[in-house]
Design a protein around this ligand. Sequence first.
Ligand SMILES: [Zn+2]
Ligand SMILES: [Zn+2]
Length: 230
Amino acid sequence: MGIVERIKSAFSSGKRKRDVIDWSLMRPTELSPWSKGVSDVAKMPTLPWLGFRFCYELYNYSDLLRTIIRSLVQETFRKGLTIVPKFAVKCAICGAEYQTRVAKCELCGSDKLREPDKKEFDTLRWWMEDVNFNDQSLVEVLKEIDYDLNIIDNAYLAVVKKYTFNENGEVIAAKPLEVLRASPEKMELVMDKSGRFARSDDGRVVMFCLVHRDRHHLVDEEKARDARCP
Ligand SMILES: [Zn+2]
Ligand SMILES: [Zn+2]
């Protein structure tokens, strides 16, 4: 997945239903058996031969490697970021988006179509200049991510969001408060031994409440869909 797609997916909240896991099925995993973690559900990937620290040291001490990686990052971001409209017109009734101009919505037949909002463009352009409390621009954060990718092939873009809920407790809006680089040397992955995300080793689902994000809850698979914060 390219860096742009990853950023896009960080800001969207796709809800796709998934089949229940069949625990008798084996799956390959990239996670090495020496993985460690400080909490019981999170694991830290370890590289068997060359550790992250070694790769960073190599980058710091090798003029050649540093020059190559700096050029790669510089060329990647030379033109900066371009904001492109997501659609030509969008149906105001069903939300269908069209890349070319249409007279009527092909899905619901409505003629209430709107064009991209100039205000949203201005908001994004303004926001991209200062995306965190360290006063970094989005490009500066993404450059850091790109350095990580080029040096150790691992990178984490942390997007801290504030959520708005309706009366049923469902998320209706998410506003990114900060976008930061998270150090790959410190990140731990919530996954089971076989690399299934958000699962504990005993097969339960690891969940976080979006209001109280400092602790996790272990929930049985069948109860996970309508789990509530205790
Ligand atoms: Zn429509
Ligand atoms: Zn809670």
